[in-house]
Design a protein around this ligand. Sequence first.
Ligand code: HQG
Length: 175
Amino acid sequence: MDIKKLSKFLSLILRHKPETIGIKLDKNGWANVSEILRGMKIDMATLEKVVVENDKQRFSFSEDKTKIRANQGHSVKVDVELTEKIPPEILYHGTIEKNLKSIFAQGLLKMNRLHVHLSADIETAKKVASRRSGTTVIFEVAARQMYNDGYKFFQSENGVWLTDKVPPKYLTNTN
Ligand code: HQG
């Protein structure tokens, strides 16, 4: 059983297209584990492996393990009850050069997802950027300054920093 492949399929179901296996998420992003097992044609031990071994801890079970959801990264409109937090001075965002001009003009936008995703360190931002082909660009985001100016920040269960948008004046290209 290819755990990584299953993890990608589970991300698709829990973040973007639950209809792929004919299920619905509730308003907090939860899917029934029984429906996931049936839809993905796997057993509970395999699903637990997908959750536990996931490199970024993308998924959480409910306490009684009858429900499962993705911790962040959704495009479907669900409320995963994110914790609002005071951000550090600086957060990072990794992207590619072709987006540079547009980002300097409009700021960072959430595009297809529910939030702009930011990383706590440069290494993680580099990894995010290198998912795409092209020259990578790392932005420093003046997160604490944004917070002081009234912008809200959230941290997902698995440590990803999220916000609504980042206007250009808070961005510095580190390259
Ligand atoms: C770019 C993965 C032009 C933005 C990662 C990015 C992350 C703009 C792309 C998580 C723009 C959106 C999210 C603007 C933003 N003009 N381009 N104004 N504003 N962009 O995938 O941050 O592995 O939605 O720079 O690790 O790349 O799936 O966001 O390149 O945590 O768990 O538009 O996804 O997590 O792409 O990645 P995405 P992202 P997982």
